[in-house]
Design a protein around this ligand. Structure first.
Ligand code: GLC
Length: 528
């Protein structure tokens, strides 16, 4: 069987500001990543997704791009980047770039031109509107607070920004915008990039008539943005045509992968929307389903989410799974109250599902959310909504490499405070401890890589005692059984046949078993 890196491999997300600082300015950089590729290779990583490293004024820490074909000096140079690609290639690690295509920075030369006059050739590259009766054109709200329309007195019109006002939305109905962005993709593909993560991809195209969004019937969130059903400012059918065209471009380059970010309206859990961006195997290769990110540590709930996800995708694409990223509280804190026993179970769940697993940097050592006082908050979202929403910095604290000052991330004070537990929770210590989280991740990934049933097989959920999740992964005649105990009680699962215990979160010895006895919150993998 031919292994396809993005389908059968494991992907690791790096938030570059926070991974490793090589030049001691307190901010992580490209060379810091290159220097640690061996670490990622030893972990068994096949692809690394880098949150944006393009030139940016950093109002949203790189998600506001001012030049899509340049590296921001804070992260290094184009030469550093090329070295990263070369070194990653040597280790069979694909580099995945983060494409922020919905909006640019307000300081991008395109926007500077666009706002300079109404008849500038780039005027129509963004979404301008004269307003209605001297008021905003409609009720659309910005995800990061306030109205989505900003009045620009230079030409007396509003421009649209679905995030901060420093992130004006591009007009994807203009074919020139599309052409320019496809050139950006080609630029990175020609530089050896093997994949792209597409930021808020479902927001790309907006309703042509700018109709008002309807409001939800039950309002549970005080933020106006979250009270609306985002019917007209996202998910327009034209987005699918763009993705189909992109897929043709990717296919012409070989084994390229694209993965999309599609959030649902708050409180909505319908996997058909994220699945729809896979098209009929002719749009994105993968798309995140964030329902797992918003789930609780509950066997029934998680199983329902997974089954619904598989059903929504069918044979029209390939699933992927994620529990943590740079925008949300880390799963170990959010779902598990920092319990490392349960975190090992969650690792088994992530790495034995059918589909591509995404690990967020630090997840493999059990890094928890940072406790960051207001004076250190950097995220625009946290600054705006404190204390109702303390922002996303807590999931972006420096990677914990060792027990020295600043956790070996940097020799100087980092841009965000290091977590207090760094002397206990760090890579160096965990490499020495046989039963650490890191060693467990490594064993788990080795196991996954050596069993076709685990990385390529089908999945079938089986009936099991309450609070136990049980499934079979099978590829041709090879089978693995995975059993996860979500309860604090000992549970027994009868396997019918004798099976071989391959890995347990309780560090049990490999053995032949007929009945699997699961300790509280234990997860095991067996082969049949
Ligand atoms: C996405 C990114 C997030 C960013 C936003 C605006 O949701 O993941 O970090 O702030 O888009 O680009």
């Amino acid at each position: 069987m031919k292994k396809i890196w993005w389908k059968h491999g494991v992907i690791y997300q790096i938030y570059p500001r926070s991974f490793k600082d090589s030049n001691n300015d307190g901010i992580g950089d490209i060379n810091g990543i290159t220097d640690n590729l061996d670490y990622l290779q030893d972990l068994g990583i096949d692809g690394v997704w880098l949150s944006p490293i393009y030139r940016s004024p950093m109002y949203d820490f790189g998600y506001d791009v001012s030049d899509y074909c340049a590296i921001d000096p804070v992260f290094g140079t184009m030469r550093d980047f090329k070295r990263l690609i070369k070194e990653a290639e040597k280790r069979n690690i694909a580099i995945i770039m983060d494409m922020v295509f919905n909006h640019t920075s307000h300081l991008h030369p395109w926007f500077l031109e666009s706002r300079s006059s109404k008849d500038n050739p780039k005027r129509d590259w963004y979404i301008w509107h004269p307003g209605i009766n001297k008021k905003v054109p409609n009720n659309w709200m910005a995800a990061f607070g306030g109205r989505a329309w900003e009045w620009d007195s230079l030409t007396n019109e509003y421009y649209l920004h679905l995030f901060t006002r420093q992130q004006p939305d591009l007009n994807w109905r203009n074919p020139r915008v599309k052409r320019a962005m496809f050139d950006v993709l080609r630029f990175w593909l020609d530089n050896g990039v093997k994949g792209f993560r597409f930021d808020v991809i479902n927001l790309l195209v907006k309703d042509r008539q700018f109709r008002n969004n309807p409001y939800k019937l039950r309002l549970t969130n005080p933020r106006r943005h979250d009270q609306q059903l985002h019917k007209y400012d996202r998910n327009q059918p034209e987005t699918h045509d763009i993705l189909k065209e992109m897929r043709v471009l990717f296919d012409s380059y070989g084994d390229i992968m694209s993965v999309g970010e599609v959030y649902l309206d708050e409180g909505v859990r319908d996997p058909h929307l994220p699945a729809s961006f896979l098209g009929d195997n002719d749009e994105l290769h993968l798309n995140f389903n964030f329902s797992t990110i918003f789930a609780s540590f509950d066997c029934h709930e998680l199983k329902t989410i997974l089954v619904d996800w598989y059903n929504a995708i069918g044979n029209r694409g390939w699933p992927c799974h994620v529990f943590s990223n740079h925008d949300q509280s880390r799963a170990i804190t959010r779902m598990l109250k920092n319990d490392t026993v349960k975190a090992k179970l969650l690792a088994v769940l992530l790495l034995t599902q059918k589909g591509t697993p995404f690990i967020y940097y630090g997840e493999e050592i059990g890094m928890v959310d940072g406790k960051i006082p207001y004076k250190y908050i950097q995220d625009p979202l946290g600054k705006k909504y404190w204390p109702f929403h303390k922002g996303r910095d807590k999931a972006r604290t420096p990677m914990q490499w060792n027990a020295t000052k600043y956790a070996g991330f940097s020799a100087v004070k980092p841009w965000l405070p290091v977590n207090q537990d760094y002397q206990r929770t760090n890579v160096t210590i965990q490499l020495q401890e046989e039963q650490s989280m890191l060693q467990f991740y490594r064993q788990l990934i080795v196991l996954r890589k050596s069993h076709e049933a685990l990385y390529a097989g089908d999945i079938e959920f089986m009936s099991a005692p309450g609070e136990v999740m049980l499934y079979r992964r099978s590829y041709k005649n090879k089978q693995c059984i995975v059993a996860l105990n979500f309860s604090s009680k000992v549970k027994e699962v009868n396997c019918n046949n004798t099976c071989k215990l391959l890995l347990s979160t309780y560090n049990k010895q490999n053995s032949d078993v007929h009945t699997i006895t699961l300790q509280p919150f234990e997860a095991v993998i067996c082969s049949l």
